[in-house]
Design a protein around this ligand. Structure first.
Ligand code: FAD
Length: 308
């Protein structure tokens, strides 16, 4: 059994494992796919002190750094259930799809999140070749170009406002007849000269030339008419889904959106169980933020252990 067991091997889980191991305590990390979302990323230009890198390269660097320490790495292990200790200070148990189960005095949940996809033709094919999900990450790659934002909720409208300052033109597509974002955001959006809003539109396909995105096809829902726009980028903003399905029968308190609620030390509603990164209610989902949160959770876990 472990003193600290981290579930998830993305930036948050890697940072948590390193910080825990550096305290000289028995540390393990189990992940379905070590590297996490970073593996699906190409250019990364905002991980401070690393001017430019690529996702798979950063994922390897994270793993290499963890391997410098005495950490038990268990890759390709998908957690399916969490059974908290029945008495205070006892061991928590995590059960895996493989049938294995692990016990630890403290847990750090760092299972991340995933972007909701539209599931239309061209989306997967042109991912990282014009199809993007993170305006903070990829916005600058579209400087001076035309882009679409899919989704008229708060994140879509925020993304459109953000991108309008960088790119040549933004077309915001919303499925419903009205945008769902807060009124103040909508007002700001409508004040921008290089933004067009198309509501009541269903995206049907992302078009490309085999190499990069060249446009987008949509159905005008009222008329059923099919239309096309030419552009170089599509930002899909229809939701970020936290990977917490496996916690639904546990007592860990989740927000309305299914994100794990933590305190300033990264502790969840269950003593001894901590969480970090995109899986939590942390407001901005970024690598540098997940890494910091992983460090916080590990230090929080250490603090908890020395008080037992
Ligand atoms: P994740 O990276 O999501 O890692 C989660 C880990 O948990 C993985 O190892 C996963 O396999 C594992 N896991 C999930 N469920 C289970 C389970 N049930 N059992 C066991 N393990 C599980 N951020 C930036 O700062 N800059 C960028 O340029 C940037 N570009 C991006 C581009 C794309 C295409 C995407 C998708 C994201 C990008 N991001 C970027 C966001 C960034 O990748 C995330 O904020 C960051 O990876 C979050 O780290 P995390 O450790 O919290 O979660």
């Amino acid at each position: 059994s472990f003193e600290v067991l981290t579930i998830g091997g993305g930036p948050a889980g890697a940072a948590a494992s390193i910080y825990a191991a550096r305290k000289g305590i028995r540390t393990g990390v189990a992940a379905e796919r070590f590297g996490g979302q970073v593996l699906d990323t190409m250019a990364i230009e905002n991980f401070i002190s690393v001017q430019e890198t690529e996702g798979p390269k950063l994922a390897t660097a994270l793993e290499e750094h963890v391997k410098q320490y005495d950490v038990d790495i268990m890759n390709l292990q998908r957690a399916e259930a969490l059974v908290p200790s029945s008495e205070p200070g006892g061991e928590h148990e995590v059960r895996f799809a493989s049938g294995a189960s692990l016990r630890a005095k403290t847990l750090i949940l760092a299972t991340g999140a995933r972007w909701r996809e539209m599931n239309v033709p061209g989306e997967a094919e042109y991912r990282n070749r014009g199809v993007a999900y993170c305006p903070h990450c990829d916005g600058p790659l579209f400087k001076g170009k035309r882009v679409a934002v899919i989704g008229g909720g708060n994140s879509g409208v925020e993304a459109a406002i953000d991108l309008a300052g960088i790119v040549a033109h933004v077309t915001l597509f919303e499925f419903m007849d009205e945008l769902r974002a807060d009124a103040v955001l909508q007002k700001k959006l409508r004040s921008l000269p290089n933004v067009e809003i198309i509501s009541g539109a269903r995206t049907t396909e992302i078009n490309g030339d085999g190499n990069r995105v060249t446009g987008l096809s949509y159905e005008e829902r009222a008329s059923g008419e099919l239309k096309q726009v030419e552009l170089e980028g599509v930002f899909v903003q229809i939701g970020l889904v936290p990977n917490t399905e496996w916690l639904k029968d546990s007592p860990i308190e989740l927000s309305e959106r299914g994100e794990i609620i933590t305190d300033a030390h990264g502790m969840t509603s269950v003593p001894g169980i901590f969480a970090a990164g995109d899986v939590t209610t942390v407001p901005y989902k970024q690598i540098v933020i997940a890494v910091g949160a992983g460090a916080t959770a590990a230090l929080g876990a250490f603090d908890y252990l020395i008080r037992q």
